[in-house]
Design a protein around this ligand. Structure first.
Ligand SMILES: Nc1ncnc2c1ncn2[C@@H]1O[C@H](COP(=O)(O)OP(=O)(O)OP(=O)(O)O)[C@@H](O)[C@H]1O
Ligand SMILES: [Mg+2]
Length: 255
């Protein structure tokens, strides 16, 4: 297996391409990618396969969203510092005539590119023995998925409920404590009061502890309170910079 092309750390590595070193025994490689290239910190961070190649160098929205592009690159260049400072971002879709929700404009891509850059820079610091990685540094969670895990505690046999309850508690703990959390697609309709309280607990803890959170949403920041309530909305507003994304929906393939 040749690792130098696949390894996100290759450009920083003086030994990249040297078969004596560039193999699965390389600790930084296995840390980042796992022994077979599909594990490691990238897998632990729960990054969907579709977005695994997103980097701050190949963001697709330079032309359509130059301001968001510059901010993502700037944040990415200093991502370890920004995360340590607890600086968060709120990437939202701007409704336009051609794209009423601002979908497919690059918000999730940008958030994941920042997670990947964060893991890359943390891995480099670890390889240089400047800062070890003792807990999970970053985690990506889709809100709808989170809601499903939450709801799964309340159906099925007693055993299933208990097992799902444990899974949910572990997930909630991780979402509170991880250094960099992405909450993807916040602003679901019809959140129950009980689920809203769970979301509140996580966001409140992250805000109090100054942990960095990146949100993506199809709801502009000044309307998110309609979906998540005033308490959650005011915390999101306080802990993030709101960055608009506009333009056509790039998911749609041309005819
Ligand atoms: N400006 C762009 N130019 C070209 N391709 C883009 C652009 N923005 C996003 N894409 C591509 O479109 C697809 C969807 O992008 P992404 O998931 O980041 O959108 P999103 O804004 O999060 O959408 P949604 O609001 O529906 O969650 C991806 O394959 C991405 O690479
Ligand atoms: Mg998205």
């Amino acid at each position: 297996m040749t690792l130098e092309h696949k390894c996100l750390l290759a450009e920083y590595c003086s030994k990249a391409g040297n078969p004596t070193f560039c193999n699965p025994l390389c600790f930084p490689f296995t840390r980042m990618h796992g022994v077979n290239g599909d594990g490691g910190l990238l897998a632990v961070a729960n990054i969907p396969n579709k977005y695994k190649n997103a980097t701050i160098q190949n963001l697709p929205f330079e032309e359509s969203n130059p301001k968001a592009f510059l901010i993502t690159q700037k944040y990415g260049a200093k991502v370890v510092e920004k995360v340590d400072e607890g600086v968060g971002l709120y990437f939202f879709g701007v409704p336009t005539k051609e794209n009423s929700k601002g979908t497919g404009t690059g918000k999730t891509t940008a958030a994941i590119a920042l997670v990947i850059e964060y893991l890359r820079q943390r891995s480099i610091l670890e390889a240089k023995q400047e800062r070890s990685i003792n807990n999970e540094p970053a985690f990506f969670m889709k809100m709808a998925k989170f809601q499903n895990v939450y709801s799964s505690q309340f159906s099925g046999s007693t055993e299933t409920k208990e097992a799902n309850g444990d899974k949910y508690q572990a997930l909630k703990r991780k979402m509170k404590n991880v250094d960099l959390l992405v909450l993807d697609d916040i602003g679901l309709r019809g959140m129950t009061e009980a689920f809203t309280t769970e979301v509140y607990e996580i966001i409140d803890e992250r805000e109090t502890e100054e942990r960095a959170t990146i949100f993506t949403s199809n709801t502009p920041d000044d309307r998110i309170h309609e979906y998540v309530g005033e308490q959650v909305a005011s915390r999101i507003e306080g802990m993030t910079h709101a960055i608009p994304f506009k333009g056509k929906d790039n998911r749609k393939k041309s005819l």
